[in-house]
Design a protein around this ligand. Structure first.
Ligand code: FES
Length: 366
């Protein structure tokens, strides 16, 4: 059920596939790339992040439906294990504390189902298998045409009460062993018969169509109702320039105010780019981390390193909720202080000092 909900949530969230939105799959992959052991692979996949997001959502939906119905149970469980392992190696790799990264627990929870399957009870796999076996064991009512000459040769071939078709055993009433042997269907024990496979595939097709309809409905509802825009930034500020302080010894191209002085730190862009109540993204020139500056409703500017201290995803600001939120596991932070409002993060965001220069530029320093 968790996988069904996770897949549908992604389709219902208009921001998830938006490359420019820090709550989207692209921003999550960028955040994961910083610490994941799969970072070379993630670097290549960034170019097709939307496709990756669609495949993850469809994969979660397929795994959830297959597992709930008990249809192709082992394959569904193997898919679930693969998705869980991938998430563990990316968005949960540097989770802190480590036990808040639940994906590794999901991975091990899938393994019994991978090894044992659904066990034949309460599952479509079991229903289809049992029905197929019952049909095989049911006596066939279909007439079998046997040439009379053949019947004469087989059934007339006895001597002294011993039947040649029975390998010399005494003749007795009962099914003709020759006809029985030549009309029995192949065994189905231990593996899917062709009929089972056809039936299971037809059921999977029906389930896939139901899943696509549910995904389409979720996407439509999500776009109609909208979602608290956690993260649409007012602007992405231009690359920063640096200043070493108020002295004029800086070698940067930081614009100076009329008095020839600049606030200490790095200029991140004009304050007018961040209207009251909105926010903007910039890159911390020291660490290279994605960062955000928020223009609070009381008029103050605040800025933070946007790398979530839980597992490294990129946080964004939700003007409607007045919270900084993490798209990966839902941590929330107070925009006025960066402190944790809701976990799993246990540490607040790294904060910058923000100064607005008389030249209209915003400057940040640690
Ligand atoms: S990375 Fe897990 S809550 Fe942010």
């Amino acid at each position: 059920m968790t996988f069904c909900v996770a897949g549908l949530q992604k389709f219902a969230d208009p921001t998830f596939f938006d490359r420019s939105n820090p709550a989207g799959i692209y921003a999550q992959m960028v955040g994961a790339e910083r610490s994941s052991p799969l970072h070379p692979l993630l670097g290549h996949l960034l170019a097709v992040s939307t496709l990756v997001g669609v495949l993850i959502a469809l994969g979660e939906l397929a795994v959830g439906i297959g597992t709930l119905l008990g249809l192709f149970s082992r394959i569904a469980a193997a898919g679930g294990a693969l998705i869980s392992l991938s998430l563990f190696l990316t968005v949960s790799w540097s989770a802190s504390p480590y036990y808040t990264g639940a994906d590794i627990a999901f991975f091990f929870a899938w393994l019994p189902l991978v090894l044992a399957g659904a066990g034949g009870v309460w599952s479509l796999d079991g229903v289809i298998r049992n029905r197929t076996r019952a049909e095989r064991d049911r006596p066939s009512l279909t007439p079998v045409v046997v040439p009379f000459g053949l019947v004469q040769r087989i059934c007339g071939n006895y001597e002294a009460g011993r039947c040649a078709a029975r390998r010399g055993a005494p003749c007795s009433p009962g099914p003709c062993p020759f006809l029985h042997q030549n009309s029995s269907p192949p065994s189905v024990d231990g593996e899917l018969t062709r009929r089972q496979l056809v039936r299971s595939s037809a059921a999977a097709l029906g389930a896939a169509m139901a899943g696509m309809i549910a995904a389409g409905a979720a996407a439509g509802i999500g776009r109609v109702l909208g979602r608290a825009a956690p993260s649409t930034p007012g602007a992405t500020l231009p690359p920063v320039t640096r200043s070493t302080g108020r002295s004029a010894t800086t070698t940067s191209t930081t614009p100076r105010d009329a008095g020839g002085t600049t606030p200490p730190g790095s200029a991140i862009g004009p304050a007018t780019e961040v209207p009251l109540g909105s926010w903007a993204a910039f890159t911390d020139p020291t660490s290279g981390d994605p960062s955000l500056v928020i223009h609070l409703s009381d008029g103050r500017f605040v800025a933070y390193d946007a790398v979530c201290p839980h597992a490294g995803c990129t946080v964004g600001y939700s003007p409607s909720e007045r919270l900084i939120v993490c798209p990966c596991h839902g941590s929330e932070f107070d925009p006025s202080s960066g402190a944790v409002v809701q976990g799993p993060a246990t540490r607040g965001l790294r904060r910058f000092q923000v100064t607005e220069g008389t030249n209209g530029q915003l400057y940040v320093e640690e």
